[in-house]
Design a protein around this ligand. Structure first.
Ligand code: DGY
Length: 427
């Protein structure tokens, strides 16, 4: 990073609001689900294992009775974010949003447990948090794949974490615009050319209101939500997380009697794994050489080459031939936009190198892709992705995401997950 710039550890401390870490001050002033998980890795790598587990515990304070871990936990008040708790209208304490986010949490907990030096702490914290995370995964399969297709769906582009990915353009067109005035905060804090358009926000907010009007009723939402997408990134991250949960229970933590205590849940999770291993093949595109998301309402595959479509590598879902094809795709992708794996393929007509999920590169995604490549014997591609990620930080420092063509830092500055990835993965 820059000579006089704050260190990665300084950034985590700057963003620490007391057991939870905001992604960045101003733009995201609460605790976000997948940010918290990634950030916990940074706390561990900085030598503070207790603080890493605290991040997990504080996120779980937001868990709903049905098992969902929400995408935002509103621990405090802040005027700088829209839509805040009053717009979501969730009557809980702490207040939360009403959707989830890719559950990378379980995979992170496996790392905290296995790599933690303080064994007493690791065993105690795992035992205290694992039951909640098992419930979280059961919730995903039960409510988001009630027909047992092996492909969970999302109800909002925010749930995918990849808000304005070209993948969602088609399904979002089926969502009405909200019929109310609102004031965005994000575009006052960062350059609007790095954020989604009003067109998208009108529909994002419509969906938020829709969930509330339907009392978050699982059956009603599955039937009536105007946006229902089998999201390949969500499917993949959930699958990897479930595998990691099963491993934690069966191998690493056998001494904690978790298998006995959660036998039935584990059986159900293993069935879900088997369903996804089969069901995901319906999302493979031989022509594009990657997996795709699917609009579950319109019943069409969303034919866009994005990082979501290669995340199945992280989950161990592709067969050998598919993995090989994706490896070739990654190499070609990096050759065209060298600063990390661009969230949308540079050859796409919808590629925009600095607009949020339409082209920039994101370090936590790069990390998952590098692990996925490594797992499938794509060692060279894994090393290339890691080097490209180092190049982003060297070029610009700890930004939210990076222009994949120039390496310029974009979005929020002094960003927790980028600092965490540097501490844990790149150092
Ligand atoms: C935002 O507000 O931009 C977030 O991505 C929503 O989670």
């Amino acid at each position: 990073a820059m000579p006089d710039a704050p260190s990665a550890h300084d950034i985590l401390k700057l963003n620490d609001l007391g057991g939870y870490t905001v992604p960045t001050r101003g733009l995201y002033p609460f605790q976000w689900n997948w940010d918290a998980a990634i950030t916990a890795l940074g706390w561990m790598a900085a030598g503070d294992e207790a603080r890493a587990w605290r991040e997990v515990e504080r996120l779980l304070e937001g868990q709903w009775d049905n098992g969902m871990v929400p995408h935002i936990v509103f621990h405090g008040d802040a005027e700088t974010y829209f839509p805040g708790p009053e717009v979501w209208g969730v009557q809980r304490s702490p207040s939360t949003s009403a959707i989830s986010q890719p559950p990378v949490l379980a995979s992170v907990m496996k790392i905290l447990f296995e790599e933690g030096r303080d064994r007493t702490l690791a065993e105690q914290k795992l035992a205290a948090t694992l039951p909640a995370v098992i419930d979280y995964h059961l919730w995903f399969y039960r409510e988001r794949d009630p027909e047992g297709t092996g492909r969970v769906c999302s109800y909002h582009p925010w749930e995918s974490g990849m808000d304005n990915s070209p993948q969602w353009d088609g399904p979002l067109a089926g969502v009405p615009a909200v019929d109310a005035e609102y004031v965005r905060r994000d575009t006052g804090l960062v350059d609007p050319s790095e954020r989604p358009h009003k067109y998208e926000y009108d529909r994002y907010i419509y969906l938020v209101k829709f969930f509330q009007q339907n009392d978050h009723d699982a059956k009603v939402l599955y039937r009536d939500c105007p946006y229902r997408v089998e999201d390949i990134s969500l499917i993949s991250i959930l699958h990897r997380g479930t595998r990691d949960l099963v491993t934690l229970c069966e191998e690493d933590a056998a001494s904690l009697d978790l298998v006995n205590a959660h036998g039935e849940a584990l059986f159900s999770l293993k069935q879900s794994l088997a369903r996804t291993e089969e069901g995901v093949q319906a999302l493979w595109s031989e022509e594009l050489g990657c997996f795709l998301s699917r609009d579950a309402r319109a019943n069409v595959l969303l034919e866009h080459v994005t990082t979501a479509g290669i995340l199945p590598l992280f989950a161990g879902l592709p067969n050998d031939a598919q993995a090989k094809q994706m490896g070739g795709l990654v190499a070609d992708w990096l050759a065209q936009a060298p600063y990390g794996v661009a969230s949308t393929h540079p050859e796409s007509t919808r590629f925009e190198p600095k607009r949020y999920w339409r082209g920039p590169s994101w370090l936590h995604i790069n990390w998952m892709l590098a692990i996925g490549c490594e797992d499938h014997g794509l060692t060279q591609e894994a090393a290339q992705i890691k080097q490209a990620s180092k190049d982003c930080i060297a070029a610009a420092g700890y930004w939210e995401y990076f222009n994949s063509v120039t390496g310029e830092g974009c979005g929020g500055r002094d960003f927790s997950w980028t600092a965490a990835m540097d501490l844990y993965w790149l150092n």
